[in-house]
Write a protein that binds this ligand. Structure first.
Ligand code: ATP
Ligand code: MG
Length: 236
């Protein structure tokens, strides 16, 4: 089923510039779905179940995450999540990881026709480094366009972004005691309020790409909402 998103954002030219050059070109049969939301919003709870549902429907699935998804990008993830650094350094490392992830994993998977389920993508960079840490959004937009370039005035974005919207106080309650917090998870609730606003801003800028899920509901209701988004698109 062809995704119902603007083709200019998802179709790389056969011999085009940017990421496609000399590498695999993106076929529209692949589906690229990202999952976003603040720490504790419920992304991991639902993403693997969704992978199983797609597999049961006969689709090959690539389940991956950001920052990370390749050996190099996982090393960069570890630095970003654990080491102190200024926001420009952090943003450059995240986009470097994204470039490696796109060229080694995401684009080849989409070219094979896989469903790519990605736990966080570029919206998280705008939400955490941009809104959360207050880093310059124009610089992030430049990096986004460089790293996700797909020819003149085109750049790769997910076909769909499932946004688990949860208030930061409830997310903190759900996470409390669950694991040792990393650099971001240890931030105060005000940080996550800014991050949540960053996600809302991204949704407002590109509403047709986003599906907002009310993540304050029970696990079962959230799951049903996620399934219904995919069924509405005729992807399941
Ligand atoms: N609807 C829900 N109601 C109550 N608890 C939930 C719900 N969904 C998930 N949880 C619990 O909340 C915690 C956080 O969920 P999860 O790990 O899926 O979040 P996440 O978005 O992946 O977070 P992170 O970005 O930190 O990886 C888990 O302990 C999970 O079991
Ligand atoms: Mg998670």
């Amino acid at each position: 089923m062809t995704p119902t998103v603007a083709p200019s954002r998802t179709t790389l030219p056969p011999e085009g510039a940017g990421l496609a050059k000399g590498g695999p070109s993106l076929r529209p049969s692949g589906l690229f779905i990202s999952f976003e939301g603040i720490d504790g919003a419920g992304k991991s709870t639902h993403i693997s179940g969704l992978a199983e549902v797609f597999k049961a429907a006969g689709r090959a699935v690539t389940l991956t995450r950001e920052p990370g998804g390749t050996p190099l990008a996982e090393k960069l993830r570890s630095m970003v999540l654990n080491d102190a650094m200024d926001p420009l350094t952090e943003s450059l490392l995240i986009f470097a990881a994204r470039r490696d992830h796109l060229s080694s994993v995401i684009l080849p998977a989409l070219a094979r026709g896989d469903v790519v389920l990605c736990d966080r993508f570029t919206d998280a960079t705008f939400a955490y480094q941009g809104a959360g840490r207050g880093f310059d959004l124009a610089t992030l937009r430049t990096l986004e366009q460089w790293v996700q370039s797909a020819g003149a005035d085109k750049w790769l974005q997910p076909d769909l972004t499932v946004w688990f919207d949860l208030n930061p106080a409830e997310a903190a309650r759900r996470l409390s005691g669950a694991r040792v917090p990393d650099k971001f998870e240890a931030q105060p609730v005000e940080f996550f309020s800014r991050v949540a606003q960053g996600y809302a801003d991204r949704q407002q800028a590109e509403p047709s790409r986003f599906a907002r899920i009310d993540a304050a509901q029970s696990r079962e209701s959230v799951w049903q909402d996620v399934l219904s988004v995919l069924k509405t698109k005729n992807w399941l």
